[in-house]
Ligand binder design. Structure first.
Ligand code: UD1
Length: 419
């Protein structure tokens, strides 16, 4: 286990360029299977899940290269091997390899991803959707085999706008003989990014970014594809929150404010000033944040569950009482107990947190159970009195590239603790 040591009391100030998006890169890496040729991705974040995805692609027979945010994949020689349990378990998104394997080879075999600290994370919508478009599914002891003699396509009505299930269906539908209509689709910017890649690879898709997406067909292109990974909206929001909580002033380049709209409204309601540019955001924090009477997480374009921890840290020190309601992942408020150990006053009742802001938090040892709660605790620790150790830093590093060096350049006193 690794940790991060933080001496609080800094004021996060400066300018930074945001890393490539974790949630956008993982589905397009899986999608590269559909392109029997070379894809070059740029602005790729150097994080563990990207390395795990490349490992899976190599195992399937692709040739890959990764250096300085540049990934080259030659997927010509891929064969539909089973993705072993140990590799699949490294990362939840491994389940997304099922769709493109099914589309290209009519067969994919992998293991059900486990639950994680933020909740159960089932894949029933993925599997029901694949079966709806003509796949046959067999499952034994967590080993899932999806196959199809004939992938027909059809209409899938998702019971919830699941990001992963929408991606899975988009990927699989590229191999269907007829059109596929996804109703109740997720509308996240990462879905639009995936569709942009699929179109470059030869797919005919309409409706991405709305709740009704239609995949009409797929004519694989023969040329090399070059694709830039967009900036990470959640990482950008996390750093802005760290600036907000430390009374800082931070300019982030490489992010579309539209993709962060609900968070921007939240920052403004809590007293921050924001200057928005087509591809940048400048946040100036007030002397003290003001409470937000009610904020709840929901699918895009509503306030994202991935920003919930960052805002809870802000609420912990804001003047007044705030309420945060978590509607997406059942265990994501667990971080409140850690903030309380730093002196916060948060009461959790079911999926709601009632938070009375305190003037100061104090340093202690806390534990981040997933990457977003870890990042939220780091923001809180930057503003706290004394020294805090945030354990579970290995989770944070799954999504935030070079966080320690980056925070140091913005004026934070932080260091790595390895056991
Ligand atoms: C993705 C993001 C994650 C983000 C989440 C919600 C990636 C790699 N991860 O996760 O950062 O927090 O979207 O914005 O992109 N559900 C089911 N059955 C399913 C699938 C989902 O019940 O088959 C439920 C989940 O338990 C959860 C809700 O649907 O309660 C949303 O999950 P989903 O949108 O699928 O999240 P992920 O794609 O896993």
């Amino acid at each position: 286990m690794s940790g991060i040591g933080i001496e609080g009391g800094c004021c996060l100030t400066g300018e930074m360029e945001i890393q490539g998006s974790k949630n956008a890169v993982l589905p397009v890496l899986a999608a590269s299977i559909l392109h029997s040729g070379v894809t070059v991705f740029t602005h790729v974040p150097d994080i563990a899940d990207v390395r795990a995805s490349l490992e899976i692609l190599e195992l399937l027979g692709a040739r890959t290269e990764f250096r300085e945010h540049f990934v080259r994949i030659d997927a010509t020689g891929i064969i539909p091997r089973e993705i072993p349990k140990a590799l699949g378990e490294k990362m939840r998104s491994s389940v997304l390899f099922l769709g493109p394997l099914l589309a290209r080879f009519r067969e994919g075999i992998l293991y059900r991803p486990g639950g994680c600290a933020i909740g159960k994370r089932p894949v029933d919508y993925h599997l029901a959707g694949l079966s709806r478009i003509g796949a046959e599914l067999e499952e034994e002891s967590g080993r899932i085999r999806a196959s199809a003699n004939h992938l027909a396509g059809g209409t899938v009505m998702l019971p919830y706008p699941s990001v992963g299930a929408t991606e899975q269906l988009l990927l699989a539908a590229c191999g269907a003989d007829g059109p596929t209509q996804i109703l109740g689709a997720a509308r996240e910017p990462e879905i639009v990014t995936l569709c942009r890649y699929l179109k470059m690879a030869g797919a005919e898709i309409t409706g991405e970014g709305s709740s009704e997406i239609v995949i009409r067909g797929f004519q694989p292109v023969r040329r090399e594809i070059r694709f830039r990974i967009p900036g990470d909206r959640i990482a950008a929001g996390s750093y802005l929150a760290a600036a907000a909580v430390t009374k800082g002033r931070l300019y982030i380049k490489g992010i579309h404010p539209n993709h962060l709209w609900a968070s921007i409204c939240g920052f403004r309601s809590m007293g921050c000033e924001l200057r928005l540019e087509p591809e940048g955001i400048l946040l100036s924090a007030p002397e003290r944040l003001t409470a937000l009477p009610f904020l709840s997480t929901d699918p895009y374009p509503a306030f994202p569950t991935d920003m919930q921890s960052a805002f809870l840290s802000m609420m912990a020190v804001a003047a007044g009482t705030s309420v945060m309601k978590e509607n997406v992942f059942e265990k994501r408020l667990a971080m409140a107990a850690e903030l309380n150990r730093m002196g916060a006053d948060i009461r959790v009742d079911g999926n709601q947190a009632f938070c009375t802001g305190v003037e100061r938090l104090h340093g202690t040892t806390v534990y981040g159970t997933d990457l977003r709660s870890g990042a939220g605790l780091i923001a809180a620790a930057l503003a706290a009195d004394g020294i805090t150790t945030v354990e579970g830093f290995e989770y944070v590093e799954r999504g935030y590239e070079n966080m320690i060096e980056l925070l140091q350049t913005l004026g934070a006193r932080v260091w790595r603790i390895t056991e």
